[in-house]
Design a protein around this ligand. Sequence first.
Ligand code: SF4
Length: 666
Amino acid sequence: MPTIRTVCAHDCPDMCSLLAQVEDGHITKIQGDPDQPFTAGFACGKVTRDMDLVYSPERLTTPLRRTGPKGSGQFELITWDDALDEIVARWKDIFAASGPLAVLGYAYSAHQGLMNRGLTNGLFHALGTSRLLGGTVCDSCAEAAWDATVGPIGGADPESVTESDLIIGWGSDLHATNVHLWAKIEQVRRQGVPLVVIDPRRTRSAAAADWYLPIRIGTDSALALGVMHILVRDGLADRAYLADHTLGFEQVERDILPRFSPDRVAEITGLPAADVERLAAMYGAARTPFIRIGFGMSRFTHGGQNLRTVALLPGVTGAYGRYGGGAMLATAASFDLNYNAVRKPSGPAATRTINHLKLGEALLDATDPPIRALFIAANNPAVTNPNTAKIRAGLAREDLFTVVHDPFMTATARFADIVLPATTYLETEDFYRSYGTYYMQYGQRVVAPVGQAWSNLRLTQTLAARMGLTDPVFSMSQPEILKELFRDAGLAVDPATLLDGTPVSIATKTGQRFRTPSGRLEFYSQALADQGLPPLPDWQPDPADATAYPLRLLTTPGYFQSHTAFSGVAFLREREGVPFAVLHPTDAATRGLSDGQVVRLANDRGQVSLRLRVRDEVQPGVVLVPGQRPDEEAEAGTVNMLCADGYTDMGAGATYQSTWLEVTAA
Ligand code: SF4
């Protein structure tokens, strides 16, 4: 029975190396690769069931053309040739009448392969159409904050936790979203290294930690500044490191830290002052403390400042200078590849970009020219974007020609004129670099495409040819494209050596390097000052605190539905259970609500009905909704209908956690 080594392409920091067993052309088993040290022989419970994803009875297997009203899900079967003829004819008509900017290419992260994902963007770059300003629903704020502080470079190697003497999971539910780092942490905990979890929700990681700090949403920067205040007060700051490797700490010490006494930090964060003191003492005593920073702490109005301040903490004690210490948000920025070979083969240097968050606004209001055609791959904005009602109103425009390429009939696909069946990653070949480790790996195709499904790469290359594009990358094989990704790149790796699927790490056993303009860790950021943003770390209340609604929304990944990409697998839907909201017992009692009943979550933007769970895993004043579940799985609606499409302070990101609402009986 052949075993094929491939790579998990789901949007997950671990980027597991997988071994898939195939019998008579069918996948029979998927397991983690024991020869990749981070994967260490196991895959998560979602992906060991990815046979169910590939062979789901809900898979799309043939192209479809809409026959009913937009959103109704009424389609007829058509051939690939008919579908491609229609798409190309419509695009050419629109190009001729309104110019290329009237078409919007919209591809995002459900397939992490650099070719399948990147070349779809490359198609629209070469065509000169409007393009997606991607990542803003996810990581753009966190990355902008990290870049302004540490620079565009990866953080501490997660494999370095074997050398850590204190581990802090700060706003990251590692047990759910970074399970292989969790396994490494469990190993070092057995040697006596403590794990501290700081999180507004008592997650599974928090419940299993040595110490859990239930912080209020959006107050992480205040806690980090409180810890810095105590470190300075108690003589625990590393003055030599600060002098040699950082910029602007003296201003923070003089102008900011005096305002963050333990008592004030306690008021802001909801944590006892004694716990702030204890955390600072632990942190100051540790030589190699490792902080895993979660992206969620950036998804509110002041999210960039919040995350940036936490990222500065290891500079105060010099932990960034020691292997095993420091902080890790992501690693992708350290892979110096020639991404433009795939993403920008030709086309205008500048074009109209549409922020992910503003898709609804763009579809409804854009002029000069209006958007007349939309192509979506590997994304489900009708569920995952904030202000969902506006997105759906835009998608419902009868004069908008929409094509969706997806393995499943998603909420977004139901609005399409043409739906094209996409392969899953197990039916494609691609090259991957992790964003949560320092591994890269070539992934083989495991089985032939199901039905008439096409990969993103095949569709992109076919559309490029039919649109008359002649860039060589649109006719290259995957090994040829791999060569281009390494051409003139900063990584000294021969791409030919990667083709056998061996995982390769680019990690170095050194302290943190900084790629800021000063080459130092920037407590003072001139780049932020130039954007009119506070150049020093600080904490401010969320302006949305003034809302009339009493409860604050907290959204997190579902354990078995971490992305809508998993919603086509019945087993995983059942494991996750019906979509639900969690309220603290005090808030439930105040409202006369009880566990198990259907409740309505509502604010000025919309209302959603979900099953209620009454648990003290959240704090009073918070409503937790895990997972972004499609309407048909819930009692009514989807949670992002409640969220605004406003921007964070940095990176024009989404402010999901700046959402206030009320909960009542449905
Ligand atoms: S842990 Fe992440 S990378 Fe690994 S198999 Fe699961 S989803 Fe894929």
